[in-house]
Write a protein that binds this ligand. Structure first.
Ligand code: UD1
Ligand code: CA
Length: 472
């Protein structure tokens, strides 16, 4: 196939989105809209990928650069958004030496597939150019541009606002994706006029210009694939389609998803076979989940790695965390950035970990805060233990070596190290290092005063009765 160059139109404000953020930066399934055409351009091995930027230019460029990684992208700055025709002409400034077909993609058509573009390339090759376009038929053509045909071939595209009542009834609409010969663009765009309802240079008018001399190739696609994201409702519909697509692919690969309509999985996440994803779970931002894992209802997992056979119990929240195989967390556990549960480590309910390694087979099962430190293997952290990691200015480390037992309600005032095999008695405030195999205990000795409870209670009871009497 002839090599193409691509221009992605992404300068528009996206007025209908009613947002302070550029339209192409709005996400679907965790990826900004601009991610999708960008990937297509890379997949088709475009000689050059030009992104036309304007509204929120810096933010769009920054996102595109991050998405492109090592692949090169050129930016063309459309200072004023004078229409899609003007945007393409602006993009052509970056394709000065290019001859051949230019793929024009909208920044806001995310579900477009490579296979439709391959059909477009074939249709272009067959008709010999200069224009091949995509369209779809819909019973609800809304504000899409209508495709006017003569003898089954496109003769013009009429923008909705310029349509007669009769033209508005046309159900064949323009999807906004084209292959157009570079030389033709250079010749024809300067001929565009703004004598239309929106006072813009419409790219769509190139179709009528091309149709005067040659026949314009038309490729049809499914509405679900080529619909544009112009407002929040479009975004929702697109997200639903893509989300179901992600679910279906995972299910086919052996993942169980309960009540999929309630589950959200971002496009860049991975889930292994025999993993069960519970109702309402969210798997986000590049999370990688192995096989045979259980993700219980309501779990939120962000940019985390969960290895085979691990278990995230209900309503746990993970953010930039790692769970090795066989580890468990929750219900209602919280793993913050840098939390790493080694093999078979257990974290129970209402336990929060941050920047801490919990060693192999170690446990922190109830109500604890473990921040900044390292915990060895076979350690038991009792209920209500706290790593006092912050002195108001700096963070400090707590090191707990292998086989330590930390009794409930103990505080480790960091920096502090508890040596291998040591035993921290319940209710201890550890302020100094504990040597290996030592017992650390810092609470007061217990004293029992016989019969004193009874005497105190009767004294208090009499006091209360006297007060009640005085009030009457
Ligand atoms: C456009 C088509 C319409 C088609 C629809 C399909 C035109 C005139 N109309 O309408 O026929 O049915 O797409 O989705 O082309 N943009 C710029 N600079 C500008 C204007 C727009 O970069 O000056 C970018 C936008 O950011 C967007 C894309 O071009 O990514 C399309 O613009 P948009 O305003 O969404 O066009 P539609 O009204 O949807
Ligand atoms: Ca649009």
């Amino acid at each position: 196939m002839t090599q193409i160059a691509s221009i992605i139109l992404a300068a528009g404000k996206g007025t209908r989105m009613k947002s302070n953020i550029a339209k192409v930066l709005h996400p679907v399934c965790g990826a900004p809209l601009i991610h999708f055409p960008l990937q297509l351009s890379f997949q088709l091995k475009s000689k050059t990928t030009v992104v036309v930027v304007g509204h929120e230019k810096d933010a769009v460029e920054q996102t595109v650069r991050a998405l492109a990684g090592s692949r090169s992208v050129a930016f063309a700055h459309q200072k004023e958004q004078l229409g899609t025709g003007h945007a393409v002409m602006t993009g052509m400034a970056e394709l000065k030496d290019f001859s051949g077909p230019v793929l024009i993609l909208s920044g806001d058509v995310p579900l477009l597939t490579k296979s439709t573009l391959t059909r477009l390339q074939k249709a272009y090759a067959k008709c010999g150019g200069p224009v091949a376009m995509t369209a779809f038929t819909t019973p609800a053509p809304g504000t899409y541009g209508r495709v006017i045909t003569e003898k089954g071939k496109p003769s013009a595209i009429r923008e909705f606002k310029d349509c007669t009542a009769e033209e508005k009834r046309i159900e064949l609409v323009n999807a906004g994706i084209y292959l157009i010969d570079a030389a033709f663009i250079r010749r024809a765009v300067p001929k565009l006029k703004t004598n239309n309802a929106q006072g813009e240079f419409y790219l769509t008018d190139l179709v009528a210009l091309a149709a005067q001399k040659s026949s314009v190739a038309l490729v049809t696609a499914d509405e679900k694939e080529v619909c544009g994201a112009n407002d929040r409702l479009d975004l929702l519909n697109i997200e639903r389609t893509l989300q179901m697509d992600i679910h279906h692919k995972l299910m086919k690969s052996g993942v169980t998803i309960q009540s999929p309509e309630t589950v959200h999985i971002d496009i860049d996440c991975k889930v292994g076979t025999d993993t069960v994803v519970g109702t309402g779970a969210h798997i986000l931002q590049g999370s990688k989940i192995g096989s045979g894992c259980t993700i219980e209802p309501g779990a939120i997992i962000r940019n985390s790695i969960i290895k085979d056979g691990a278990m995230v119990k209900a309503y746990s929240v993970l953010d930039n965390a790692i769970m090795d195989s066989g580890a468990t967390v929750g219900p209602m556990g919280r793993l913050r950035p840098g939390a790493h549960l080694k093999q078979n480590a257990h974290v129970g309910n209402w336990v929060e970990l941050k920047n801490v390694v919990l060693g192999e087979g170690s446990k922190a099962n109830h109500l604890a805060y473990l921040g900044d430190g390292k915990i060895g293997r076979g350690v038991n952290i009792g209920a209500g233990c706290i790593f006092c990691n912050y002195d108001g200015f700096l963070k400090h480390q707590t090191i707990i070596e292998d086989d330590v037992f930390v009794g409930s309600d103990s505080q480790m005032v960091a920096p502090v190290t508890i040596g291998k095999g040591a035993y921290v008695a319940t209710g201890t405030t550890v302020t100094a290092n504990v040597p290996a195999d030592a017992l650390a205990i810092s609470r007061g000795r217990q004293l029992n005063k016989s019969g004193l409870a009874k005497r105190i209670k009767s004294r208090l009871k009499a006091k209360k009765e006297a007060q009640t009497k005085a009030k009457k």
